[in-house]
Design a binder for this molecule. Structure first.
Ligand code: NAD
Length: 267
């Protein structure tokens, strides 16, 4: 079942943007595959400060017939505006947005939280939490009446997970932003949700100190006793971005990452 993609027409005629694909392991790519199989037209962005990322993202985008691959640094308002204006004007409206982005200095994703630096706090919270607000704000004038937005979070936001440190604070801010954005945009028919995923081996995840132990612990304590996959995340993404979840907003949706049965976190 792991590599299965759901074939439906749920997203036929819908056009949206996925920010945060780095390679085929990315959670954003797991969501892209399910949306593509459900008929969606997808534009991708790549972080232009990372060498050769454009080639990787273009290759993946080509594999599902995507016509749009644009640079975007979510720490830069002009860069975000360029993406939204380009696609908003070409398409007339944007039906969905996936924000699958996080950044923190690797050196502070281990050791004592007490030593978190002011600089890293600013940079991490900006790229990992504020950026979701910035993206929706820039997209707002183009968002369809029933548009949906999704971001990715982790259990280290609401609870303490060893080494997750500053990223946990960023996820707490992101999760709270999901609720405020949902309340702000709800009267317009726009829904905003998050997936809180169990650990999956990706480039970002490998930067967290002791990540292999997190994976092992998850498999032993998650209700399903199985590893989370990008396909699990992709299918939940399809649900949250499509009309299947009509009426669901401001929600932190756990993909086997929340209700541990043996303990709330590592250690
Ligand atoms: P990933 O490395 O594949 O994706 C992270 C993406 O963030 C990359 O594409 C990177 O280019 C992008 N990025 C970082 N800074 C950026 C910036 N300034 N501008 C634009 N893009 C930027 O890893 P992933 O695990 O797929 O991460 C995606 C999201 O999922 C993150 O928010 C992460 O915290 C979250 N998440 C991951 C896991 C996991 O275990 N992998 C679990 C729960 C939540």
């Amino acid at each position: 079942m792991e590599n299965e993609t759901i074939k439906t027409d749920l997203m036929r005629g819908k056009r949206g943007i996925i920010l945060g694909v780095a390679n085929e392991r990315s959670l954003a790519w797991g969501i892209a595959q399910q949306l593509h199989n459900a008929g969606a037209e997808i534009a991708f962005t790549y972080f232009d400060k990372i060498d050769k990322l454009e080639d990787k993202v273009r290759k993946l985008a080509d594999s599902i017939g995507s016509q749009h691959v644009l640079p975007c640094n979510v720490a830069d308002d002009k860069s975000i505006a360029n993406v939204m204006d380009t696609l908003g004007k070409e398409w007339g409206q944007i039906d969905f947005i996936v924000h699958s982005i996080a950044f923190a200095d690797k050196d502070e994703l281990t050791g004592r939280f007490l030593h978190t630096s002011r600089h890293n706090f600013h940079v991490s919270l900006d790229a990992s939490a504020y950026s979701f607000i910035a993206v929706l704000s820039a997209a707002h004038e183009y968002l369809a009446k029933d548009a949906t937005a999704l971001t990715l979070t982790y259990l280290g936001g609401p609870r303490v997970v060893p080494n997750y440190n500053l990223m946990g604070v960023a996820k707490a801010a992101l999760e709270s932003s999901v609720r405020y954005l949902a309340a702000d945009l709800g009267p317009e028919g726009i829904r905003v949700n998050a997936i809180s995923a169990g650990p999956v081996k990706t480039v970002a995840a490998m930067g967290i100190g002791g990540f292999r132990d997190m994976l092992k612990h998850h498999e032993q304590t998650a209700p399903s006793r199985q590893a989370t996959t990008k396909e699990h995340v992709g299918k939940a993404g399809l649900y949250l971005l499509s009309s299947l979840s009509e009426g669901v907003t401001g929600e932190i949706h756990y993909v086997d990452g929340g209700a541990n049965i043996l303990g709330s976190s590592l250690g």
